[in-house]
Design a protein around this ligand. Structure first.
Ligand code: FES
Length: 913
């Protein structure tokens, strides 16, 4: 069979049933991505004779005689296609995993298609951007050839606050930036997993004999073959933050899909076939799926043998952790004495991260016999350390690194593939790869924790809060990864952002036999904020007070103590800056101004406006460590070793800006080596905005130290303090000392090899606070329950906005994800632990047509704690969206939603009740 790819002739015979995507990737066309393998996401889009197709559902046999064009055939990093140029110029990507396919489809459009763009692009999903920047890119790419606005070669002047383009931009848009599996590893074996078909059982026996006879099978692992050392898949700076309730392979299964066995084989097909031939006998155990039932005495126990030593507080009631605290006296008495009370119970759904790159890792032994793991993770150092713990290895004998990560949103703060891959490599001595399918991803990884939240508020007649009572129940599913941190975080800034003399929180997180939950953008705050901000709105309705005004009366002002359930504030949480007042003003003004978008015609449409606020600490509590090394070589190239990960959050861009600004040089002289335990010093990893607020600060310190070292050496040589660092060396009076001269003069304390080096460290021991205010104007069809967003506004207190376009993208992307989980996204279970939405066809990720443009405004603040005054802005835009939408719907139709998602059928039922 002959065909061409990007003009190059191929003569291959496809395997029976093979699709075009795997045929192309087998030929090292790694620019063709795998997102779903079901024709739903478009990451694999290519042109066949000029027509875009999803190559994952295009039979390879049909390509005979045809011409395939991938994104790499459209242009190269040095010679971009106009559409690729437009995606660079308009910041049309974040993680970039969708981008190759997106550009391929967009390259077939012209200006006449712009009016119908959502339909033309409906086959291409982006999980990161919120689509506004993609629409702008396509509009620019279909116009006359875009003028390059690249700032990557610009001088250091005003780099902070400029929209520098990501260093990898030209590679991302041409498909040449490698992700985890975009590499050929010689002699690699393939690992696949057999999942449990039952929600709760003890494995009575496993017969692998038939599987072993499958041609190409190299190794089969069951619970009898793996180390028995309990851990948590969740990774944190302190491993004690999570319960030790997980084994690599466990003789007890606790949810449908849990690993039962792993097969390593010469091909993925052989591994999958062998998995199907493993015979398992299960002794089924009673199961529980409702969190309220799970904590009721007498319920089936899911981890009965775990104890507080394992960080499981009450295994006899399936409770991992609980929290019952308050201050100011009896909250019920305070409520009964309040002039006005409102209350209710709100619930949120299980939501999938749906990042386009699934979890996966590849392992091998290097020439020294060290274990090397290339993995799609946000936390390479924590993965290394936990692998060392569970496999009883010296951490020095393990290297973990990432290529570019195709999205994470918190879902890749888990160790979900690396342990099996490591074990396979160590047992076989051969390279091994384990790449999850989309269904694996949707059934075997983690979700946003579903919460049930009761809120009671009391106030005086002016709406000033007199009592806050919050009751939280979180369903962590079968394992407790991240559950404790999520519960505590959920009940923190959601409560502390309001002044109130009496506060009380009761919270419990329980095991069920549902699939596990985990870390997800917002880390629990969004769930409780949905309830608290809905209740606040009900108070505003009851008292007929403007909802913005009600927040102004109650929210903390600059310097007010941030109190959760203790009368003293947390000592490490301070106001490095304060922009909530500006955010309230900006959002309200935008809503008052309007945007001219009218509700659809018809008497069935009702219009309403709603708002909500959110606060978030700029980094996680209890420390987050980053150590950064910066060195300069004789050519004036600065080499930065930094441990944190780029997964679309833009940290590589911000780090380039910080280094170039501090070292008074241009961005093209900055070389970053990141997220590699061998190439950088320790970093806790990509949590929230730690890449900016922690690693960025450590980098800032390292750069200033290097600057001091360089100017100090120059001053010593020249005998004067009048020295100035420049791009080619240090100027001292009349002459310039080159970097080579400085290196030659450096002593051993500052010289490493042929570079002058300095380090910086940040421990995250003082945290600031950031704010977001979201507002919506919506129209609701009272006959169908449809919700149309007419205007979306977010005002954000990001401190110094390091890179306006990237920060804008973080806000837009966060709002888009929140619109999805507010209006329709939901991992459906059948009540017996079976996931009913295991693919994108049934789990609806927002498409271009679903997401309106959000007007984004930034408060004018500069933070005393953040690097260059910056604060966090990756998680927080998500948090106020659901209550703002719910409040707008309430104002439109007079009935308050209490459940997420507020899908059309739910809103319709609400109206019919
Ligand atoms: Fe589109 Fe990440 S940039 S999925």
């Amino acid at each position: 069979m002959r065909f061409t790819v990007n003009g190059e002739c191929h003569d291959v015979t496809p395997r029976p049933g093979q699709c075009l995507r795997t045929l192309l990737r087998d030929s090292a066309h790694f620019e063709v991505k795998k997102g779903c393998d079901a024709g739903d996401c478009g990451a694999c889009s290519v042109l066949v004779d000029g027509t875009p197709v999803h190559s994952c559902i295009y039979p390879a046999q049909r390509i005979d005689g045809h011409a395939v064009t991938t994104v790499s055939g459209l242009g190269t990093p040095d010679d971009l296609h106009p559409m690729q140029e437009a995606f660079v110029d308009n910041f049309g990507f974040q993680c970039g995993f969708c981008t190759a396919g997106m550009i391929v489809t967009a390259s077939t459009l012209d200006a006449d298609d712009l009016g119908d763009l959502p339909r033309k692009m409906k086959g291409n999903i982006c999980r990161c951007t919120g689509y506004r920047s993609i629409r702008a890119s396509i509009a620019a790419g279909t116009a006359s050839p875009a003028a390059s606005a690249s700032a990557t070669g610009d001088s250091a002047d005003s780099l902070v606050g400029r929209s520098l383009h990501p260093p990898a931009a030209r590679r991302v848009v041409t498909g040449t930036e490698p992700y985890t599996f975009d590499v050929t590893v010689p002699d690699m074996t393939f690992l696949r997993v057999l999942g449990s078909p039952v929600p709760h059982a003890r494995i009575a026996s496993i017969d692998t004999s038939a599987a072993e006879r499958v041609d190409g099978v190299v190794l089969i692992l069951t619970h009898e073959d793996v180390p028995i050392r309990r851990f948590s898949t969740a990774r944190h700076e302190h491993r004690e933050d999570d319960p030790d309730d997980t084994l690599i392979l466990d003789p007890v299964v606790r949810f449908i899909g849990q690993r039962v066995a792993a097969v390593v084989a010469e091909t993925a097909a052989a591994a999958e076939q062998a998995c199907r031939l493993i015979e398992v006998t299960y002794d089924e155990l009673p199961a529980v799926f409702d969190p309220e039932e799970a904590r009721t005495p007498g319920a089936p126990l899911i981890h009965p043998d775990r104890t507080p030593l394992d960080r499981v507080n009450h295994a006899d009631r399936n409770i991992i952790a609980d929290f019952h605290h308050g201050f100011g006296g009896d909250v019920d008495a305070a409520l009964s004495e309040s002039a006005v009370t409102v209350g209710g119970t709100w619930s949120t759904a299980r939501v999938a991260h749906a990042q386009l790159e699934t979890h996966g890792s590849i392992g091998w032994l290097d020439d020294d016999g060290r274990l090397v793991i290339r993995t799609s993770t946000q936390v390479p150092f924590l993965v290394r350390d936990e692998l060392a713990y569970i496999l009883d290895l010296d951490a020095d004998r393990i290297r973990v690194f990432t290529a570019r990560v195709g999205g994470g949103f918190g879902g890749k703060q888990e160790l979900l593939t690396e342990d099996l891959v490591a074990l396979a490599v160590l047992r076989t001595g051969r390279a091994c790869g384990y790449e999850m399918s989309r269904t694996d991803e949707m059934t075997r990884t983690t979700y946003r924790h579903p919460f049930r939240v009761g809120v009671d508020l009391g106030s005086d007649h002016d709406g000033r809060l007199t009592a806050i009572k919050v009751d939280v129940l979180s369903d962590t599913g079968a394992y407790g990864n991240h559950s404790v941190g999520v519960m505590f975080h959920a009940c923190a800034e959601s409560i502390s952002v309001y002044n109130c003399p009496v506060k009380r929180v009761d919270a419990e997180v329980v095991y069920t036999n549902n699939p596990p939950s985990g870390a997800f953008r917002g880390y629990g705050l969004g769930q409780v904020i949905f309830a608290v901000e809905s209740a606040l709105d009900e108070l505003a309705v009851t008292l007929d007070i403007d909802p913005f005004e009600l927040r102004r009366r109650n929210a903390v002002a600059d310097g007010d103590p941030l109190l959760i359930t203790h009368p003293e504030p947390e000592p490490d949480l301070v106001y490095g800056s304060y922009g909530l007042d500006q955010c309230l003003d900006l959002a309200q003004a935008a809503l008052v101004r309007g945007n001219g978008v009218q509700a659809p015609h018809g008497p069935q449409w009702r219009v309403g406006e709603g708002m909500a606020l959110a606060a978030i600490a700029t980094m996680a509590p209890r420390g987050h460590i980053s150590r950064v090394q910066v060195g300069v070589d004789a050519d004036g190239i600065y080499h930065v070793g930094i441990g944190t990960t780029e997964f679309g959050n833009g940290t590589t861009t911000v780090h380039t800006q910080i280094a170039a600004a501090d070292l008074l040089t241009s961005p093209d002289r900055i070389r970053l080596s990141h997220s590699d335990t061998d190439a950088a010093d320790y970093d806790t990893g990509a949590f929230a905005s730690a890449g900016t607020t922690v690693a960025g600060k450590a980098l800032h310190a390292a750069c200033l130290a290097l600057r001091d070292t360089l100017t100090g050496i120059a001053a010593g040589i020249a005998g004067t303090d009048e020295v100035t660092l420049g791009p080619d060396g240090v100027r001292t009076g009349v002459r310039n000392l080159s970097f080579g001269e400085l290196i030659a003069a450096a002593d051993d304390t500052s010289r490493v090899g042929d570079r002058i080096v300095a380090t910086g460290e940040e421990n995250g021991d003082l945290r600031s606070i950031a704010f977001n205010v979201q507002a919506f104007r919506v129209a609701v069809d009272v006959e169908t329950g449809s919700v149309e967003i007419l205007q979306s506004v977010q005002a954000a207190d990001a401190g110094t906005v390091m890179n306006p376009q990237q920060c804008l993208g973080q806000v837009e992307g966060g709002v888009a994800q929140a619109i999805g989980s507010s209006l329709y996204e939901e991992v459906m279970l059948d009540g017996q632990g079976v996931v009913l939405t295991p693919v994108f066809r049934t789990y609806r990720v927002p498409q271009m047509a679903d997401i309106p443009t959000t007007e984004v405004y930034f408060a004018d603040t500069s933070d005393a704690l953040g690097p260059f005054g910056a604060k966090s802005m990756s998680e927080s835009p998500y948090n106020p969206v659901a209550p703002a939408l719910a409040n707008a719907i309430r104002r439109a139709v007079g009935v308050r939603p209490h459940e997420l998602p507020m899908s059309r059928d739910r809103v319709w039922r609400l109206l019919s009740s």
